[in-house]
Structure formats: C-alpha cells, structure tokens
Design a protein around this ligand. Structure first.
Ligand code: NAP
Length: 237
C-alpha cells in the first residue's frame, strides 16, 4: 500500500513525538520518504530538543521548535508505556499498585494531554491539520471483555477522554483541524513482545506506519474527536 498524504496542504511540518519507539521510528521514516511535508521533526528522549513526558517544559519547547519550521500539518504522538523491568500488566486486582497506576497515568494520559496542551494551539486555523495520539483498543471501555491490565487500560481510557475533550475545544479555534486517538493494531515492538498471543495478527512497525498514515490521509473535519483503528474503523469508547 502506498500512502501519499495528498489530503494535507503541501509544504508544512510533520512531527512525531516518540520517534525512538518501534512505531514512532517507522512513522518518522515513512514521513521522510514523502514530499508532502517540507520538514519532519522526529522527537524523542534522545533528540535535540529532547522530549520527556514527565517534563512539561520539554514538551512546550519541542512544540515551539517544530512550529518554528512552518505550519504544523500532522502531529503524531507515538509515546506510550506498558511494561518495564519493575512494572508488568496486572492479571488480577490483587496486583494493582498505587505507584504503578500513577506512573501509567503520568505516561499514557497526562503526558499526551500536555503534548496536546502545547501543540493544539499551534495548529493552523485553516486547512487540514491532524493531531493523532496512539491509544489502544484495550483502552476501550465498551470493548473490554477480557479484564486485566488495569493500569494500561484505565490510563488509555483517560487518554481517550482527553482527546475527545480537547477535540471539542479545538473545533472552536480551528474548524478544519482534527484531534483523534488511533489504535495501531498489534505491532511487533518491544512494548508488545512479551504479550503476542498466537493467533493475533501482528504487523511490522513499517506496515503499522503505512496503515496509520493512510488513516490520517482519509480523515476529514467530521472525524474530529474520534477513536479509530488502523483500518480507519471507529473503535467503541
Ligand atoms: N505495539 C503494539 O502492539 C501496540 C498496540 C496498541 C497500542 N500501542 C501504542 O502505540 C504506542 C507506541 O508503542 P510502541 O509499540 O511503538 O512502543 P515502544 O517501542 O515501546 O515505544 C514507546 C515510545 O514511548 C516513549 N516514551 C516512554 N516513556 C517516555 C517518556 N517519559 N518521555 C518521552 N517518551 C517516552 C519511548 O521513548 P524512548 O524511545 O526514549 O524510550 C518510545 O519512543 C504506545 O502508545 C502504545 O501504547 C502499541
């Protein structure tokens, strides 16, 4: 599948927050191959400027750095946290830990909200502009049949509410702008590696990037505030 992002005005700026991650890295690489955008700003904890979800000033600096290069036409937040050596998804409420919950909310909900706080006011007031954050289908309340993964599920559900709320405010200031949550599918990255159940369709990061960019290409202002999967299908809240 080739994606040309022809629906976006040419010559603007595309930004990836979390470009050091599996999906974020593939998104930045795919965006650089297109001539739709004059600049691609790939931002991570190890770039200049660096971004840290736990440091609001770094998000403000990064947003202004990107906007100084031209009109922000496509901004994708590909950050996120599921597990590390000290924190695993909970299988039962017995494993719920206040510190781990706070950490997941800080990284999956508050951090992306602070990115929105600093990026959305910088989107152009006219012409197509998209802010998309990578959420997850397991953050869907309506689709929750398996249970477990308390911190990840609830922090992504909070992220979804932030997206919807910010989208309402964005529409008043920039009627053609679009703020959405995206489910990338199951993608082979270090985030998903310990949890890939057999039978699940698993995409490469490169394929996921193509899918997600194709979804952004098809968006119109009527999609503002939505939650879509990698096929462009709405996901229940
Ligand atoms: N992979 C899947 O199957 C899957 C499925 C559903 C949803 N998602 C979502 O897709 C998004 C990307 O996931 P991925 O699979 O690409 O995972 P990943 O490879 O682990 O990437 C996660 C990214 O988050 C960044 N990050 C973590 N903590 C940060 C912090 N404090 N400040 C700044 N950046 C921070 C990481 O930055 P560093 O590079 O600096 O570590 C990395 O770029 C996540 O939101 C995830 O929940 C993934």
């Amino acid at each position: 599948m080739s994606v040309d992002l022809a629906s976006f005005p040419k010559g603007g700026v595309a930004v990836v927050f979390g470009a050091g991650g599996g999906i974020g890295g593939a998104l930045a690489a795919a965006l650089r191959e297109l001539d739709t955008f004059a600049h691609v700003a790939a931002l991570s904890r190890s770039t200049t400027p660096a971004i840290d979800l736990l440091d609001e000033a770094s998000l403000d600096r990064a947003a202004r750095f990107a906007a100084a290069q031209g009109d922000l036409r496509l901004v994708i937040d590909a950050t996120g946290f599921l597990h590390d050596a000290g924190q695993k998804p909970e299988k039962t409420w017995r494993q719920v830990d206040a510190g781990n919950l706070a950490r997941s909310f800080a990284l999956n909900a508050t951090g992306p909200m602070l990115i929105m706080k600093h990026v959305l006011p910088l989107l152009p007031r006219s012409g197509k502009a998209v802010f998309a954050t990578l959420s997850a289908r397991v953050g869907s309340i309506g689709d929750n049949r398996l249970g477990g993964w308390y911190a990840y599920r609830a922090s992504k559900a909070a992220l979804n509410q932030f997206v919807r709320t910010a989208a309402v405010e964005l529409a008043r200031r920039a009627p053609e702008a679009i703020c959405i949550a995206l489910h990338p599918g199951t993608v082979a990255t270090s985030l998903s590696a310990p949890f890939e159940a057999s039978g699940l369709e698993v995409h490469t990061p490169e394929a996921a990037a193509r899918h997600l960019l194709a979804v952004t290409d098809g968006l119109t202002a009527a999609d503002n505030g939505g939650f879509f999967d990698w096929r462009g299908q709405p996901v229940p809240w």
